[in-house]
Design a protein around this ligand. Structure first.
Ligand code: OGA
Ligand code: MN
Length: 292
């Protein structure tokens, strides 16, 4: 596909260049190391909804500026596991395979290897997430993003009708026990902070009104009111349908890139890499609305 020309914004000078047919855009001519202007904020905010994933390359983003930029979009929510936070910045989480001098993991290791939308297990899941690459392996450790708008629009009618009246059960304790057994188990206190919650299987984007698939293999345990196993099979079937290659943008990390994604209209997953390489990422998450 030829690269579409970037359209500079008259109000801020920012350029937004789409990366694939359905999802992803590169945002150019903005410097996130200083507070952005109201015009820059408006342009970035307007670009997020149609493109779902925004990539900002070559950015200096110390934790204080990461927080400053993220907080323009809403309330920040730190990781439920407090020891993954960046020193002095409870809202910034390390996503990393790096260990401290005591041999402990400093951040969430092997986070998000299965398709998911961030913190969908809360009653008010995240509007967006911002992940910044500090140290990135030379190969692998890409992050894949799938458009749940495009997936929704491609659903076969019978599946669409079923999902339109279904609610997924999102369950962090189940997710942790199933996919994160390499980590120390969640404490009872941590578990109590995220009891299972049901959300519509198809949600309406609060800004654009577009419908999106909102079931994920990684965080949706089953479907409310269905037999546990049958509900699980439906979740996996829908999640696999929704993450076909034509709906996906695959981000290859270089240090100093920030990726800002809309959790209301995407799923994402981390991919494998050679664990002898260090991977050090910092993440913030911005709270959204109750899904409807
Ligand atoms: C996340 C996540 C994927 C990755 O930070 O929410 O899922 O590639 N990360 O690190
Ligand atoms: Mn994630």
């Amino acid at each position: 596909m030829p690269t579409p020309a970037a359209t500079p914004s008259a109000r801020s000078g920012i350029r937004v260049r789409p990366l694939t047919e359905h999802i992803g855009a590169e945002v150019e001519n903005v410097d996130l190391s200083r507070p952005i202007s109201p015009a820059e904020f408006e342009d970035i905010n307007d670009a997020l909804v149609p493109h779902s994933v925004l990539v900002f390359r070559d950015q200096d983003l110390p934790p204080a500026m990461h927080v400053d930029f993220s907080a323009r979009f809403g309330r920040l929510v730190g990781h439920l596991v407090k020891r993954f936070s960046v020193e002095d910045y409870p809202e910034v989480t390390y996503i990393s395979n790096v260990r401290n001098e005591k041999g402990e993991m400093i951040g969430a290791d092997r986070a998000g290897m299965v398709w998911h939308s961030d913190m969908s297990y809360f009653p008010r899941p995240m509007l967006g997430s911002m992940l910044y690459g500090v140290e990135c392996p030379p190969e692998g450790a890409d992050t894949e993003f799938a458009s749940m708008f495009a997936a929704h629009d491609a659903l076969p009618p019978s599946l669409h009708a079923l999902l339109a009246r279904s609610r997924g059960v999102h369950d962090y304790a189940w997710h942790y026990a199933t996919y994160l057994s390499h980590r120390p188990p969640l404490t009872e206190d941590e578990k109590a902070k995220a009891p299972p919650v049901a959300h519509p299987a198809l949600r309406t984007h609060p800004v654009s009104g577009r419908k999106a698939v909102y079931l994920s293999e990684g965080l949706t345990r089953t479907v409310e009111g269905m037999d546990e196993e049958a509900g699980r099979r439906l979740v996996v079937e829908v999640s696999q349908f929704a993450t076909q290659p034509q709906f996906v943008y695959r981000h290859k990390w270089r240090p100093r890139a920030l990726v800002f994604w809309d959790n209301r209209s995407t799923m994402h997953r981390a991919t494998e890499f050679d664990n002898r390489h260090r991977r050090l990422m910092r993440r913030t998450t911005v709270e959204g609305d109750v899904p409807f």
